[in-house]
Design a protein around this ligand. Structure first.
Ligand code: 1CP
Length: 347
């Protein structure tokens, strides 16, 4: 069993630095595109456990990665809350209904995650069985704030006009929405662990669009409640949790204060300075600029080596990109990255 990913999260010695890649199962892989074609759509790929399990394992079979992440999407939660998700090519995710008023939020149903999101748990169980200990499996959710941005805007956004208006003009309504999402996320992550997830990650993709005071109140607070709820439950207490706020470099100390095990970093902060600020308390995940994978193999090797030496000697580093891999990346470049990280970091 390759457990260097779990060891690095606990800041225990490893034979070399573990690596996994955000969005490692995705459109840059021809076998993913083939499975998606067979599924007919992105959503039926997510909702058919056999196919979700199949694409989860594709990057594990192709590369020497140190963790698998269950193939799903953060938007399965708003879908389960009745907003009607569709994901169209070239358009991205859209909801049939968006949440704009207090009434919209009051009417949100309680979600039985086993009933509405049981397909995710089935995929988790299948993947664990098929991995049979090869590498650990990561479960995940979007952060409540990030999910709220999609639910209020009705899809992807550039300006975040409606969600920020709600936050500024109706803070109680915003907090009520975040609390409702938080409860579902806690149940969802607990069930993923019951089904076999060995580590958990919260994707706070849009925390970085907030001011410091708003970040603490509207994003970090609900992530902190999730960490506390999981850590205080005997069934999930030992499961490591990684918090990733894209654009969150200025708030690392506050993120570490939640009691999470690791902080995911985008590429805007040197690992060394992140480590000086919080390194003895948490592990660090990251943080190569994903666009380096468009460059030559030499450049990829040089940059991977630079990121490793930026972290420096000692434990607690999980190598990753600073955000998801782009669909246009050549899979051969991913192999160069994975092999370089393992070779250059061998103890
Ligand atoms: O056509 C396709 O195949 C759809 C592309 C795609 C993929 C491959 C989407 C739609 N989601 C996914 C998978 C996915 N999404 C995973 C799989 C596990 C992995 O291999 O890592 C994960 C963890 C996510 C998480 C996710 N979805 C996030 C958080 C991470 C991040 O990238 O910031 C977000 C913001 C989403 C929303 C979403 N789903 C899909 C797209 C294109 C988007 C982004 C939309 C936007 O930019 O607002």
């Amino acid at each position: 069993m390759n457990d260097r990913y779990l060891k690095a999260l606990r800041r225990e010695p490893v034979d070399c630095t573990p690596i996994w890649i955000m969005r490692q199962a995705g459109r840059y892989l021809p076998e993913y595109r083939a499975s998606r074609e067979r599924a007919g759509s992105f959503l039926s790929l997510c909702k058919t456990p056999e196919l979700a399990a199949e694409v989860t394992l594709q990057p594990i079979m192709r590369f020497d990665l140190d963790a698998a992440i269950i193939f799903s999407d953060i938007l399965t939660i708003p879908d389960a809350m009745g907003l009607g998700l569709s994901v169209k090519d070239g358009v991205g995710p859209r909801f049939e209904r968006s949440l704009r008023t207090r009434g919209d939020i009051d009417r949100l149903p309680d979600v039985d995650v086993l009933e509405k999101l049981g397909y995710v748990m089935s995929a988790v169980r299948m993947v664990r069985r098929e991995l049979s200990g090869k590498v650990p499996l990561i479960g995940f959710s979007g952060s409540p704030w990030t999910l709220a941005t999609y639910m209020v805007e009705g899809g992807s956004s550039k300006e975040f006009r409606y969600v920020k208006s709600m936050m500024h003009d109706s803070p109680h309504t915003m907090l009520l929405l975040l609390d409702k999402i938080t409860r579902v996320v806690v149940d969802y992550l607990k069930e993923q662990v019951r089904a076999g997830a060995q580590s958990l990650m919260l994707f706070d993709t849009w925390g970085g669009i907030l001011s410091t005071t708003d970040y603490v109140e509207y994003s970090l607070e609900s992530m902190s409640k999730i960490v506390s709820a999981l850590k205080s439950d005997p069934e999930t207490g030992v499961i490591p949790i990684t918090l990733f706020t894209k654009g969150g470099a200025s708030w690392l100390e506050a993120i570490a204060d939640t009691g999470c095990d690791a902080i995911g970093l985008d590429w805007t902060i040197p690992l060394q300075s992140a480590r000086q600020r919080v390194g003895h308390r948490v592990s660090l995940q990251g943080n190569m600029d994903p666009t380096v994978l468009y460059a030559s193999e030499e450049k990829i090797r040089a940059e991977a080596t630079r990121v490793l030496s930026d972290f420096g000697p000692g434990e607690g580093h999980v190598f990753n990109l600073g955000h998801g891999i782009h669909p246009g990346i050549d899979p051969a470049h991913v192999r160069v990255l994975v092999d370089t990280v393992h070779k250059a970091s061998a103890r």
